[in-house]
Every structure is written in C-alpha cells, then in structure tokens.
Design a protein around this ligand. Structure first.
Ligand SMILES: C[S@@+](CC[C@H](N)C(=O)[O-])C[C@H]1O[C@@H](n2cnc3c(N)ncnc32)[C@H](O)[C@@H]1O
Length: 202
C-alpha cells in the first residue's frame, strides 16, 4: 500500500491524533518566520493544513501534498481562516516549481515521512532562493544513535505513516550550501526538533 493510500485512510482522523500533540511546536516553529511581508512561501506535504491557522498574513502561500483527501481538508481549513493559499497535488521529492521561486520553505512532518528524504530536502533547497530559509519540524535520530525500537519498527511504520530512522545530519551532509541557524528540541525529549537552515547567497 502506498503512502498516498494510507494517508487517504488517515485523513478523516489525522487531526484527532496529531493536532493537539503538535500545536504548540508548530506555532513555535512558524513564529520563527517573523515578518513575511511580500514573501512567497511553500509548504510541501501540507497535509490537512494544521499549520494554516498560524501562518502570518502578508505572504503568498503555496501548499502541496501527494494525497488529495488531505488537501481537501487543507482547503476547508484555509477557507475557514479566510486565507488565500494555492494548493496542488504533487510530490515533495519532485517539486513542480522553478528554481529559486520561494523565500521560505516550511517542512513540517514531511522530511521524515517520504521514502527518499534526501530527494525531498534537495528539491526544497532547489526551489528556495539564495539567502532563503528552511523551517523544519520533524523527528530525527542523532548520528550514531542506536534507537533499536525505532529502527526495528521503521520497515512497517514507514509504509503506514512515517519513517523513524532518518538521521538529519546525514541529510545535511549532502548540502554544503546550507547553514544551520538553529537546531533545538521541539517535542518528545528532543526526538522532534526545530531546525532552521539558510541557503547560501552565492
Ligand atoms: C505526517 S503528515 C504531515 C502533514 C502536515 N505537514 C502536518 O504538519 O501536519 C505527512 C503528509 O505528507 C504527505 N506526503 C507523503 N508523501 C508525500 C510526498 N512524496 N510528497 C508530498 N506529500 C507527501 C501525506 O499525504 C501527508 O499529508
């Protein structure tokens, strides 16, 4: 079963499981945006749009997700918040946008979900303008962390919902063009992290 199918099944109950548990962390992550006046901002894997109520006004927002059933929920959430956002079906590992299009890319609970996290990060970096920022909220292992249970369940759970074996530093090592601005614990004793990256100017 593909992630698109499992998230179609998850879609009616996703918010019940995830909203309350992540609300504080996503609010704090989005607060790092600061003034977004005139910016163009992308949310790959926007899901049901749980970030939408926290997005500050003044920017042009784009959201993309593999699962139409999740996007329908994001659409309803955006309409309820009276927020303009361009939503489309697409793959975070093969983004349908030109290079350097976005000022900021928000990656909440998507890098450690997709089957090929390095592709998702590379695509987000590609569509980010030089000097732009990536805001990440996700669960990552530390280099050398054994985490036997998380590694053991990964083959099953990665097909159903999310990966539990992604080492962020392994992703970052492929990107000499990224600077770490912040890396701090977000949830679950630091398993979930707030990470802010900046793409080099030149
Ligand atoms: C854990 S949810 C996170 C949703 C949202 N970002 C949030 O913070 O609540 C993962 C989302 O990623 C989507 N997804 C899975 N694989 C994807 C891919 N390759 N490209 C885009 N979206 C994908 C799923 O449909 C689901 O909506």
């Amino acid at each position: 079963m593909s992630l698109k199918h499992t998230y179609t099944l998850w879609s009616p109950i996703y918010d019940l499981f995830v909203d309350r548990a992540t609300r504080g962390a996503r609010r704090r992550s989005i607060a790092r945006l600061g003034d977004v006046g005139g910016q163009t901002i992308l949310l790959p894997g926007i899901g049901s749009g749980l970030d939408i109520p926290f997005l500050p006004g003044g920017a042009r927002y784009h959201g993309l997700d593999l699962t139409p059933a999740m996007l329908e929920r994001a659409r309803r959430r955006a309409d309820a918040a009276d927020m303009e956002i361009e939503l489309r079906v697409g793959d975070a590992m093969d983004l349908p946008y030109e290079d350097g299009r976005f000022d900021t890319v928000i990656l909440h609970l998507i890098l450690a979900v997709v089957p090929r996290p390095p592709h998702a990060l590379s695509e987000s970096v590609r569509v980010l303008r030089p000097g732009g920022r990536l805001l990440i909220l996700d669960k990552f292992l530390r280099p050398g962390q054994r985490a036997p249970l998380r590694r053991m369940i990964n083959p099953l759970i990665s097909r159903l919902a999310t990966r539990t074996d992604v080492v962020f530093e392994d992703l970052l090592a492929r990107h000499p063009d990224l600077r770490v601005i912040e890396d701090s614990p977000a949830l679950a004793g630091g398993w979930f992290r707030h990470i802010v990256l900046r793409k080099d100017e030149g």
